[in-house]
Design a protein around this ligand. Structure first.
Ligand code: BT5
Length: 268
């Protein structure tokens, strides 16, 4: 592949080798570009994708100076966290691409469970909560412009071994709860290999292939929630996810509303 890394300075070849070794036969995560510090792994991944990077290319940072969440929000990125972005080139319809946040979130929950047994749960559409606090956030950014064609960058931030002092109040870190040793390259590989499997199912058959496996990991079913969208804010009870990954909310009036984007605040 005639692909060059955007920045050579600050590359961490030992970390790259550890991630690749932990991936085994996995393709998602290869090649891996690890940096000591970047503004955001999203930017580096976009740069690589525009230059033709293959699907699976991943960017790792030890810390980010301008980590971001959705809608321009800040993502606290001190040392000890996992900060990854992966380039994907999905062949599915643009309308389905936001589902990738749930697919990646599911991979993160499963990886946490496999390595730590902690009771992490998905909070639709892009978070993982542990004991009521956010431990993972997923960000999907997509573009179909330019010669690089349609690609998606999926960014995953996970508080693995982060001091509470460096996190917002609503966040927690695995290290606060885990008795198992925590190794970030191993966690990255566990996450990426699960993501690869789920992404394969989703690529072939769409969200319906993911839905049954997802349900047991979603922590909001049956709960009363407040939903904030760009347009409005309302309360209701979470019933299910539909076949497109939308959250189904029963309003007080009994009407069921399908929500495709928004923030969920648990009320119960
Ligand atoms: C997200 O946005 O949850 C997506 C976060 C994605 C971060 C990854 S890290 C690798 C890649 N590179 C990046 O620059 N980003 C991605 P959102 O749903 O908008 O949530 C943002 C909110 O989460 C903030 O407003 C805070 O309330 C909270 N928050 C900030 N930093 C956090 C942290 N480290 N842990 C948990 N919550 C945090």
């Amino acid at each position: 592949m005639s692909q060059s890394a955007p920045v050579e300075a600050g590359r961490l070849s030992e970390t790259e080798a550890r991630v690749i070794a932990a991936l085994g036969d996995g393709q998602l995560g290869r090649p891996c570009y690890a940096y000591r510090e970047v503004a955001s792994t999203m930017d580096v991944a976009h740069q690589l994708a525009r230059a033709g990077a293959a699907e699976g290319t991943c960017v790792w940072a030890e810390r980010q100076t301008a980590g971001r969440g959705r809608a321009g929000r800040h993502w606290a990125s001190p040392p000890g966290g996992l900060y990854l972005s992966v380039v994907l080139r999905p062949a599915r319809a643009v309308a389905e691409l936001p589902q990738l946040a749930l697919v990646a979130g599911l991979a993160a929950v499963q990886a946490i469970h496999a390595l730590t047994k902690l009771p992490a749960r998905l909070r639709w559409p892009n978070d993982v909560l542990l004991n009521g606090k956010k431990v993972v956030g997923v960000l999907t950014e997509m573009t179909s412009e330019g010669a690089a064609g349609q690609y998606v960058v999926v960014g995953i931030g996970m508080n693995v071994q982060v001091s509470q002092k460096e996190l917002p109040d609503e966040a927690t870190s695995l290290s606060r709860w885990s008795e198992a040793p925590l190794d970030r390259p191993q966690m990255a590989a566990a996450l990426l290999s699960r993501f690869e499997l789920l992404y394969g199912h989703w690529s072939r058959s769409g969200f319906s292939a993911i839905h049954p496996g997802l349900v047991q990991w979603v922590g909001v079913f049956g709960k009363m929630v407040q939903i904030a969208t760009a347009k409005d804010r309302f309360e209701g009870q979470v019933l299910d996810l539909d076949e497109a990954g939308r959250l189904l909310i029963r309003l007080d009036s009994g009407v069921v509303r399908a929500v495709d984007v928004g923030d969920v605040l648990l009320l119960t």
